[in-house]
Design a protein around this ligand. Structure first.
Ligand code: HEM
Length: 206
């Protein structure tokens, strides 16, 4: 009885999150061609990088689908392949994020935040792959959970920005945009690192 209730709760939580993630991913992909509504600051980037920016949007959108898929297939023979495709996609999304962040930045602080996020993403991917190739499963898992936390930054960035616009409007918008470029991925990464530490500490107690 109890496991059935827990399983139902899991689905009740995961379904809306899954729908939201899929919506943001598909919207991101479609913005690579359907971008007439872009604000001027992003339209300029698109003009300067007509290939790199759309490639980033498509690869970024796909990452939001491929990273959860690789986790979903954990423990099955599909995990390896889902992981490989996700890794290749993250590399494309991460490398293209750097010029998109640094060229004609909306603010210098937001550019630094996005660039750091992109680098952290690829460094965690590199360490995660290195650990699994050496058979260090626990370290691989930790790196990939932190990578997922950094990926979630793409969702939180849009959630926080939407909330700011809805509640405060355009007052101090550029200050918040700069802050958002750091906290959207920084806070989930901090929370995940903290959780992994307490988990390790609990395991040591047993
Ligand atoms: C996690 C690492 C990522 C980094 C570092 C990054 C970086 C950036 C940067 C710098 C911009 C231009 C905005 C600006 O300069 O103010 C941008 C725009 C964009 N990115 Fe990413 N991005 C990442 C992940 C993703 C993901 C996972 C998606 C999936 C939806 C995505 C989709 C987009 C889209 C659609 C835009 C166009 C503007 C918008 O809709 O907000 N990116 N990204």
């Amino acid at each position: 009885m109890l496991p059935a209730i827990v399983a139902n709760w899991r689905w009740a939580m995961l379904t809306p999150i899954g729908i939201f993630v899929t919506y943001v991913a598909l919207r991101g992909i479609s913005e690579s061609w359907d971008n007439d509504g872009f604000p001027e600051s992003l339209a300029i980037k698109l003009e300067l990088m007509p290939i790199v920016f759309p490639v980033h949007m498509v690869a970024g959108g796909l990452a939001l689908l491929l990273v959860p898929l690789a986790f979903w297939f954990r423990g099955t023979r599909w995990h390896k392949w889902a992981g490989r495709v996700a890794a290749a996609d993250i590399l494309v999304a991460g490398v293209t994020a750097l010029p998109v962040a640094l060229l004609y930045p909306v603010t210098k602080i937001s550019a630094a935040g996005f660039a750091t996020q992109g680098i952290a993403w690829m460094v965690l991917l590199g360490f995660g792959l290195w650990h699994i190739r050496a058979g260090r499963m626990a370290q691989h898992r930790a790196c990939m959970l932190m990578l997922a936390a950094v990926t979630s930054g793409a969702l939180f960035f849009r959630i926080y920005l939407g909330l700011w616009k809805a509640i405060i409007g355009f007052k101090y918008f550029y200050y918040f945009y700069a802050l958002d470029a750091w906290i959207a991925w920084g806070l989930p990464l901090l929370a995940m690192s903290f959780w992994l530490r307490t988990e390790k500490w609990k395991l040591r107690q047993h």
